[in-house]
Design a protein around this ligand. Sequence first.
Ligand SMILES: *[C@@H]1O[C@H](CO)[C@@H](O)[C@H](O)[C@H]1NC(C)=O
Ligand SMILES: *[C@@H]1O[C@H](CO)[C@@H](O)[C@H](O)[C@H]1NC(C)=O
Ligand SMILES: *[C@@H]1O[C@H](CO)[C@@H](O)[C@H](O)[C@H]1NC(C)=O
Ligand SMILES: *[C@@H]1O[C@H](CO)[C@@H](O)[C@H](O)[C@H]1NC(C)=O
Length: 778
Amino acid sequence: MFYRTLCNAFVVVGALLGLLASTASGLGSTCSSPLTHGSAAPGDPFWLQNIQHQGIAAFNGNPGGYPVFRNVKNYGAKGDGNTDDTAAIQAAINAGGRCGQGCDSTTTQPALVYFPPGTYKVSSPLVVLYQTQLIGDAKNLPTLLAAPNFSGIALIDADPYLAGGAQYYVNQNNFFRSVRNFVIDLRQVSGSATGIHWQVSQATSLINIVFQMSTAAGNQHQGIFMENGSGGFLGDLVFNGGNIGATFGNQQFTVRNLTFNNANTAINAIWNWGWTFQRITINNCQVGFDLTQGGTSNTGAQGVGAEAIIDAVVTNTQTFVRWSGASSGHLQGSLVLNNIQLTNVPVAVGVKGGPTVLAGGTTTINSWAQGNVYHGTNGNPTFTQGNIANINRPGVLLDSTGRIVSKSHPQYTGYAPSDFVSVRSQGAKGDGHTDDTQAIKNVFAKYAGCKIIFFDAGTYIVTDTIQIPAGTQIVGEVWSVIMGTGSKFTDYNNPQPVIQVGAPGSSGVVEITDMIFTTRGPAAGAIIVEWNVHDPSGQQAAAGAWDTHLIIGGTAQSGLQVGQCPTSGAGGNNCFADFLGLHLTSGSSAYLEGMWVWLADHDLDSGGSQQISLWSNGGIMSESQGPVWLIGTASEHHINYQYFLKNAANHYIGLAQTETPYFQPNPNPPAPFITNSNFDPSQLGQGDAWAMTVQNSHGILVFGAGFYSFFSAYNTGCQSPQNCQNQIVNVDSSSDIAFYSLTTVDTTWQFSVNAQGVINRSNNPNGFADTITAWTRN
Ligand SMILES: *[C@@H]1O[C@H](CO)[C@@H](O)[C@H](O)[C@H]1NC(C)=O
Ligand SMILES: *[C@@H]1O[C@H](CO)[C@@H](O)[C@H](O)[C@H]1NC(C)=O
Ligand SMILES: *[C@@H]1O[C@H](CO)[C@@H](O)[C@H](O)[C@H]1NC(C)=O
Ligand SMILES: *[C@@H]1O[C@H](CO)[C@@H](O)[C@H](O)[C@H]1NC(C)=O
């Protein structure tokens, strides 16, 4: 209350002293002190339940009648623990005409399905359709209770199988899904049962879920089943009991903060190209990581390719990591362990039915690897199955416990609806055609720091730079969209930000969740997000974004769809989608978790994923001195680079995922742009974009990367000789840079120094992909 009064008083003063709002102090708004405490009473429901629901799907055929927000109780769910709520919950998900079987994908049918506290009995799978979030009350988690006669693949199913093995969605294109704040209880099922079938790709997350499973000997419960896809992020999950906590098979994924208690096997990995696990806790299990489907070869089936595990804590567990038998001299899957604390764990790494590779006990494993280790410009690998030189972790990246900083998606459980201000209530339309620039500027000027800014679902058109002042918290609704367009953003010789996060030189809290930032083309001069804000002294990861994406083109009314920009290139200059996705400027710090910077390779609203040719100069460029945490980020299809670190320092990056544009080398980069020395690396790729290029930087820890090149001029013929691209990662002579668990696909030289290929993929086959277990400068 105290804050509120002050804020109102300052609005008046601020209006008179308009200058205040744009000083370099970075406060940006007229708010005297940040809103640091919510006003919800302990017994109040989660704010999301009762905030005014006025989100719209701007490009839906019937925006006036289509409900974005659905409370399952309004569709007949009882949540009383007795009634079978399956049909009612599914009705809430399906209402309004949704993208289900045969639809492929959409950007016009978003749904936020909300569950008040209660116990919802479920007897068959809840199909979580495309572009859906299932969100429970974050203060008092609702329970999804499997009925004793539950039958089906899992309680929640993100990609149902049809008879004959076909599925609703293409697993590698299964975007835009999130499930948060639930207890999933399987304990009434006496046979086998699974909590979530999560066969998904980018822009997906699982957050804050507790799986309750049987602890009886011989039980057949499993928390998550994932067998395919191209993810993704998941984190803050607790698995109690079960035969298997989670089965994981997917090209790549980033996982943070999972706890497994009393399972037989915590993690059962079935295949991958590369995963990063940060801060896993395992208590009282038989096996922590079962990787016995490793042992891949270039000709054999794909097993577990690469696992990178950092900051794990394992207690009272027989075996931490279990592999299948080693075959001499042959890379048997890649494993990197860093800062693993074991307490009463007899075997740290062992072979199933065979020898102990690394003894456990009560000890800390600092830096250990299995796989090919490289140094500097020496292209000869050293196959290692043992300790490696200590992995350098710059201190500013670590929390008070010495682990890489971890910050969960903020959900504001202590806040009441009155602590939020709706941009729609303040006059922004979000209808996909009204110019909302001034309305949004007014909201930030008046409320940044005083209220949490709620972007009701919609597409907000802006024609000038929108500054999000330091001190601002923004919450979207199933990915509310801010779309920059117009003459301000057309000159690639003078690119301008659509969104500016903090004024240059500012510091303060910024939290952005569930938003999409994009353009309506052509927008050759748009920097979609320029990130300037820095954490205030002593507040790690205060400036961050979670479940927030840059989805560039390929969406309804983006002007960058198959009709305008077919693969023939006939779209010409109209297909410049942006200049740069995300720019972390030199004064910034950032914690970005679950962010996809996607220049679309196909049209999500065309039916059948039709390919398109769009142009963007670069994906993510960082000049930040840090600290920067990029946890589960991806950048795809940009012309010159996906990630460019220039004069940067103190970055933790894990896992980073990229794809090169499918049309390259036609045209050859930088075409169709011209080189811009402020934004482009001094060494360009040769015919293809860099997945990552690092220039004059230090303190860079890449802990898990998946850099892929599947095409040459739209042709996949290069996949068989595995030479779709010549070089893909480049570093100059910068010091203190290291890559661990670096997987590439169909690239001749996996690693280059000063644009000279150093590491030939022929030494590193690892199933479909190739893996470098470690590269360090010295
Ligand atoms: C489970 O039992 C409930 C209540 O007896 C019944 O309505 C439902 O159809 C059953 N479901 C299955 C999958 O057998
Ligand atoms: C899906 O996963 C299964 C099991 O690992 C594998 O056999 C199959 O080839 C995968 N399908 C696709 C389309 O990737
Ligand atoms: C890990 O996740 C659990 C469950 O959501 C949460 O209670 C805990 O605070 C998280 N810890 C960290 C370090 O994020
Ligand atoms: C990579 O190594 C293989 C095997 O030695 C060799 O045949 C190939 O020519 C090398 N590639 C390059 C680009 O040097």
